[in-house]
Structure formats: structure tokens, C-alpha cells
Design a protein. Structure first.
Length: 211
């Protein structure tokens, strides 16, 4: 998605994010492209000027949100990584081979469509039920997590081999970041041990460092 910023136009890449959040995957992508950026601490759970500025350019108030030097706004982590990969082919974010790239795009959208939303439901169950009691919301969270873990089992089976690219690309970046939440790693260690070990190896790769 692109939109004009209501605030002053930056002259640099500005990434709205927070430690341990989905912005980590965009940090990896920007670094792979050799792009300098400024980080603004902003998230639903981080009250302050960064969150206010974020909401002015992304009405959902979600991170990652990336503002380009021309002032345009990019949201949706998979779209951001795909855009960076297309703009910077030498970054290795996307495979050169068309067939492998097609499956990589499919994998990125699989995470965005099936895994990330289930994390959001698990984190904010009150948004997804009209029931206001804690036990009712706990049931929504439990169901979201079960669906999330099932989605990751399917991802491991369908896309796991695509994480072998060297250097690791956009799919590995998003998979490592999003699989870190909502009990997914503990589940995968039992359900898909080889894939679980692959994620652990990947997260130690220098391309996937966020500090
Ligand atoms: N569809 C978005 C989801 C982004 C998202 O849910 N981000 C979380 C943090 S990792 C967030 O900002 N949650 C706060 C909220 O939804 O209020 C994407 O793929 O980037």
C-alpha cells in the first residue's frame, strides 16, 4: 500500500517499529539492500510521540511501517520485503530463478495471510469476539494459537526447502521473525523438529541479525 504522508516529508528511509516485533524483518531487508534508515520507536504498546506519528501515516497503527525518502508510505511486511527485493535485485532478497521466486512470493504471502493474522488474534482476542469475559477471550486465543501452529506445520512442509537459499532472503527473514511468537517455536520443536532446527540456524546468520 502506498499513501502520501500527512506529516513533513522525510529525506531518508524511516522505519516505525519496536524491538522483537515485525519491524525486525524489515531491518534485515533494508540492511541487505544497503539502505540507511532512521528507526522510530512506535507500537500499539509504546505510548508516545512515535505512536502518534505512526497513526498519522498508518491508520491501523501497525508496525512495520516504512516511509520512503519521497514521503510514500509502505505497510505490510511481505509487501515491503517484496518491494525491496524487486528494487534491489543484487540484495538476494528474492531468488533470480522465476520458478523459485514464484514459490518464495507464495511463501511470503502465506505467512502474511495465515500466520501473522493468527498472531494478531492471539495477541488481541478482544477484537475478535463480542464476549467481554476473560474465559471467553482465552478461548479465542487458544483457537487462534492452534490455527497458527497448524499453519506453521503446513509452511514447514510446503516451503521449508526454500529456506535453504544462501544468502538467506526475504522468506527466511519473515519466517524467522514471525515464527518467534505465540508459542510457535515450542510447537515446531515437537511437531517439525528439522524445520525448527533450521530456524535456529538461520536466526544466527549475520544477515538475520537485528542489533
Ligand atoms: N499485516 C501486517 C501485520 C502487522 C502487525 O500486526 N504488527 C503488529 C506488531 S508485530 C502490530 O503492530 N500490532 C499492533 C496492533 O495490531 O494494534 C504485516 O504483515 O506487516
Amino acid at each position: 500500500m502506498t499513501a502520501r504522508s500527512a506529516s513533513s516529508t522525510p529525506t531518508e528511509w524511516v522505519l516505525y517499529g519496536a524491538p522483537g516485533s515485525g519491524s525486525a524483518a524489515v531491518v534485515m531487508g533494508l540492511r541487505a539492500c544497503g539502505l540507511d534508515y532512521r528507526m522510530v520507536l512506535a507500537a500499539t504498546w509504546e505510548p508516545g510521540p512515535g505512536r502518534d506519528a505512526l497513526r498519522r501515516i498508518n491508520p491501523l497503527g501497525q508496525i512495520p511501517t516504512l516511509q520512503a525518502p519521497d514521503g510514500s508510505v509502505l505497510t505490510e511486511s511481505a509487501a515491503i520485503l517484496i518491494h525491496l527485493g524487486l528494487q534491489h535485485p543484487a540484495s538476494g532478497l528474492l531468488p533470480v530463478d522465476p520458478a523459485r521466486r514464484a514459490q518464495t512470493l507464495r511463501g511470503l504471502v502465506f505467512i502474511a495471510a495465515n500466520c501473522y493474522p493468527a498472531v494478531g488474534i492471539s495477541d488481541y482476542p478482544e477484537r475478535w469476539t463480542t464476549a467481554s469475559t476473560a474465559p471467553a477471550q482465552a478461548k479465542v486465543r487458544a483457537a487462534a494459537r492452534a490455527q497458527l501452529h497448524r499453519a506453521w506445520d503446513i509452511f514447514a512442509d510446503q516451503f521449508g526447502a526454500l529456506l535453504d537459499d544462501e544468502p538467506p532472503g526475504a522468506l527466511a527473514m519473515l519466517a524467522v521473525v514471525v515464527s518467534a511468537w505465540s508459542g510457535t517455536r515450542a510447537h515446531l520443536a515437537q511437531a517439525r523438529p528439522a524445520f525448527s532446527r533450521r530456524l535456529l540456524t538461520l536466526q544466527a546468520h549475520r544477515r538475520l541479525a537485528t542489533d
